[in-house]
Design a protein around this ligand. Structure first.
Ligand SMILES: Cc1cc2nc3c(=O)[nH]c(=O)nc-3n(C[C@H](O)[C@H](O)[C@H](O)COP(=O)(O)OP(=O)(O)OC[C@H]3O[C@@H](n4cnc5c(N)ncnc54)[C@H](O)[C@@H]3O)c2cc1C
Length: 404
C-alpha cells in the first residue's frame, strides 16, 4: 500500500512538473541568447573540437597569451556571471524575476600564495555580506582548496588528529580561515556550503566541516558539507554523520552531488594501485544519489537538503518525496540547484511549480575561472545525452517562438 501511495505521489508530481516546457524554461532568454546557446552547444557536441580547443587554451594560458577575447563571448558568457559581484547582478535579477535564486560562487581555483588566499578569503566574505543583504541570494559557497594547500596539509592529518588542539600551525591556520567564513555566515544568518573536490583530502575537509557544524549549527543548518555520491563510501558516511549530529545535538546541512572528478579519481587510483573510490558504473552512482535523498528526507527534523543535480529523475524523486511527506513545495529545508547556463528546463519549471531552486552562479576573472570552464566543456561533451539534451531543448524553443 505504502509503495502504491508513493508511486501515486510520483505520478502526480510527474504530471504537474513538466521539464519539457521550453516556454517556461527559456523565458528569461532573448532570441539572440538562444541562437548563441544553440551554436555553443553544437560546438560542444564535437568531442574532438572540445579536446582541441581545451588543449590550445591550456597552452595559451601557460604562455600567458590573452584568451579573454575568445572565451568571454562564448563559454564564459554561457556559464559565468561576470568578473565581480556587481557584474552578476543583472543575471541574479533576471533569474529572480522568475522565482529562481542565485548562489554567487567565486570560482578562483588553484594557487596558494598568501596573497591569493587572502584575496579569495576577502572576496568570499563579501559574498556572505552580499547574500545577507540580497533576498535573491539564499546561500554562500566556497571551495575548501582555496584556503590552503590541502594536498600537503592532509598528509599531516589523520582522523585521530584534534583540529582544535593540534600543534600543527598549517592546520590551525587553515581551520581558522574556514572558521572566519562560517562565523561570518552564522552572524549574517546565511547558510554556507563547502564544495567537495578530490577524495584524497576529503577526510580533512569532512573533519573541518564537522567542527564548523558543531560550532554554528546549533539552532539550524548554517554550515553544509558536500557529499559526492559517486563515492561508494558516502551512504555510510551520511548515516554516520546524521547519527553523530543527532547524538551531539546539532543540525546537519548537506549538499548532494554526483561528483565532477570521476576520470581523475580513477586514473589516480590506477596509478597508485589502490581501489577506485568511485562506483564502477553510473547505475551505482544514481542509486546512491537517490538513496541519499531518501535518507536525508527521512531525517528532516535535523537535516537540510541541497540537491545539486541536472538529473531529471533525481529531481522528480525529490519532488515526489516532498509530496509524500506532505511538505510545502518551498520548504525552507530543501533546495534544488543547477549550474548557471545549464538545465534551465529543470530550474525554471521547478520554480514555476513553486519549489525552492537556485542557480550556482560562478564569477571571477577569465584566467581564474578557466578550470571551471574546462570542466563544463568536458562534462557537456562526455556525459551521454547532456549536450544533446540542452541543444534539443534550445532548438525546440527557437522553433516554438518562430511558430508563434
Ligand atoms: C549546484 C551544483 C553544485 C555542484 N557542486 C559540486 C561539488 O561541490 N563537487 C563536485 O564534485 N561536483 C559538483 N557539482 C557537479 C556534479 O558533481 C556533477 O558533475 C554534475 O552535476 C553532473 O551530474 P548530475 O547529477 O547533474 O547528472 P547526471 O548526468 O545524471 O550524472 C553524471 C554524473 O554521474 C556520475 N557518473 C557518470 N558516469 C559514471 C560511471 N560510469 N560510473 C560512476 N559514476 C558515473 C558522475 O558523477 C557524473 O558527473 C555540482 C553540480 C551542481 C548542479
Amino acid at each position: 500500500m505504502e509503495q502504491k501511495e508513493s508511486r501515486f505521489g510520483y505520478l502526480i508530481v510527474f504530471v504537474m512538473l513538466d521539464f519539457q516546457n521550453t516556454g517556461i524554461a527559456f523565458r528569461h532568454r532573448s532570441d539572440r541568447d538562444l541562437r548563441r546557446s544553440a551554436l555553443l552547444f553544437t560546438l560542444l557536441s564535437h568531442p574532438w573540437l572540445v579536446k582541441l580547443a581545451n588543449g590550445l587554451l591550456k597552452f595559451a594560458l601557460a604562455l600567458r597569451i590573452p584568451v579573454a577575447w575568445i572565451v568571454k563571448p562564448t563559454v564564459y558568457k554561457q556559464f559565468v556571471g561576470g568578473v565581480s559581484i556587481t557584474d552578476c547582478l543583472p543575471a541574479t535579477h533576471s533569474l529572480a524575476h522568475y522565482g529562481v535564486f542565485s548562489i554567487l560562487d567565486y570560482s578562483v581555483e588553484g594557487g596558494h600564495s598568501e596573497q591569493q588566499i587572502r584575496q579569495t578569503h576577502e572576496e568570499t566574505l563579501r559574498t556572505v555580506v552580499h547574500a545577507a543583504a540580497d533576498l535573491n541570494v539564499p546561500f554562500a559557497v566556497f571551495k575548501p582548496t582555496a584556503f590552503g594547500d590541502l594536498e600537503t596539509l592532509s598528509k599531516d592529518f589523520s582522523p585521530a588528529t584534534s583540529l582544535e588542539s593540534t600543534a600543527h600551525q598549517g592546520l590551525l591556520q587553515y581551520v581558522s580561515r574556514i572558521d572566519q567564513l562560517c562565523a561570518a555566515a552564522r552572524d549574517a544568518d546565511v547558510p554556507i556550503m563547502i564544495d567537495a573536490e578530490d577524495s584524497w583530502y576529503q577526510d580533512l575537509v569532512d573533519a573541518v566541516v564537522t567542527l564548523m557544524m558543531k560550532r554554528y549549527n546549533k539552532e539550524k543548518a548554517i554550515v553544509y558539507n558536500t557529499l559526492q555520491m559517486y563515492r561508494h563510501d558516502r551512504l555510510a558516511h551520511l548515516s554516520e554523520a546524521i547519527r553523530q549530529a543527532r547524538e551531539q545535538g546539532y543540525y546537519y546541512g548537506v549538499k548532494f552531488v554526483r561528483g565532477a572528478y570521476m576520470e581523475k579519481e580513477r586514473a589516480r587510483a590506477a596509478r597508485l594501485g589502490y581501489p577506485s573510490p568511485i562506483y564502477p558504473d553510473k547505475m551505482g552512482t544514481d542509486q546512491a544519489f537517490d538513496e541519499a535523498l531518501k535518507v536525508a528526507m527521512n531525517n528532516l527534523d535535523i537535516v537540510s537538503v541541497f540537491c545539486g543535480t541536472h538529473n531529471e529523475d533525481s529531481c522528480y524523486l525529490l519532488a515526489s518525496l516532498i509530496a509524500e511527506k506532505q511538505l510545502a513545495s518551498n520548504d525552507i529545508r530543501i533546495c534544488f540547484s543547477q549550474l548557471y547556463g545549464m538545465s534551465d528546463h529543470i530550474s525554471f519549471n521547478l520554480a514555476h511549480a513553486g519549489y525552492r531552486v537556485a542557480k550556482y552562479l560562478p564569477y571571477g576573472p577569465v584566467r581564474h575561472v578557466m578550470p571551471y570552464l574546462f570542466r563544463r566543456a568536458e562534462e557537456n561533451t562526455s556525459i551521454a545525452g547532456q549536450t544533446g539534451r540542452e541543444l534539443r531543448l534550445v532548438r525546440q524553443e527557437i522553433k516554438r517562438r518562430k511558430g508563434k
